[in-house]
Design a binder for this molecule. Sequence first.
Ligand code: PLP
Length: 428
Amino acid sequence: MPFDVKFLARVRKEFPAVEADPTDRKRAFLDNGAGTLVTRRSAEMESHARVDWSANVGNLFPESKGAEDVILEGRRAVADLLRADGPESIISGESCTSLLFLLSYALSRDFTGDENVVTTGYEHYANINPWTELGGMGIIKELRFAKFNMETGQLDLEEMKKLIDKKTKVVTVTAASNVLGSRSDLKEVGKMAKEAGALFVVDAVHHIAHGPTDVSKIGCDALVFSGYKLFSRHGSFMYMRPELMGKLLPYKVDTSPKHGPEKWEMGTRDQAMFAAITGAVDYLAWLGDPSAKEPPHAGAQRAARVRDGMLAAEAYEKELSRIVLDGYGRILGLRYIEGLTLFGPKEVLKLGRDPTFAFKLAGMDDHEVSKLLWEKYAIALGAEDYYSRVPALYKTKTMCRATFVHYNTKQEAIALLTALSEIASKKK
Ligand SMILES: Cc1ncc(COP(=O)(O)O)c(C=O)c1O
């Protein structure tokens, strides 16, 4: 379904908060990199589960049976989203940070202190400290960072190849930088990892909302993402190859299940989190076939619709990216605004780029820029370090960041460019 004005209006109706904030102020929401708005289906399904399926699992009464069903349905939905083997390959957790710590500690049982882990230079700290912690305890020798090109924001694959050796146990990369928007070539990196006999782990937290994800095509052993970056609520999921899931021994209490994803889950599950992600995945399936009369069946049909929905969203986001980078008519794109430094890819590359744009305005504090954008122009975006290594590599503490998703409009992109041009020209 092409994202024409009519369809975009339908899409936006699926997001109750897209037009205005809680004070009823109309605004452009461009802080999606920090967490997207919630789709109506996700909120409704969560609320239903909260009220009706509130009991703990393992009992005969309906509240308990319902909770079990909702949890299984949530795992199925995530498996469809990721085109994973099935619900048994989906583990849930509090956040991706906690899931990556869980994984690194489980893997550490087999390390001897002589091994290394290889990652990229543009990771979020959620995918750094789980590995540096092991280094600090002498469980691995080091975490190696592959450089990226500071001008184009692209990962240096040649360098990454050189860093991977016989002692590399894990290659772990973000699918896309949460600051630069650069995408990692997952197929290539995955190949390198396999050739070295290392595990391949993907942090898809930032990228998940910006295109289809297929764990079998990527060939990864594990992949994490969070619901709050995918039109749902907090709480996160990890795909793990079932064979690996069975083999590894995570930290757990003795009495908790010994098999399946439950072996990896600490404490009591929140069934509403599973209901919420099912709602988000069903929304994405709707995006793939908005004329379908019936909701899709879990499994191959829903997985195909979700892929189509994500492909449509990705194609539309590409249009938005072109406007943001190149401009629109006489409106200058970020590449051309005098006094503005744009970090990361300056064009939509063959590999694609996520519609995330980090920038700074000369002579202005980033917080001042974000305050002005909000107060004068009603544009919501942040000024932070985003828990990323990236700002420090460019010798700055913070950057402003705009992240678009498929419910954003071309007018919102143009409004951002117009505002930034105006602010930059006043600073001259
Ligand atoms: C690329 C990336 N990885 C990891 C995280 C952390 O995710 P969580 O908040 O679920 O721990 C984020 C959050 O911004 C992120 O952008």
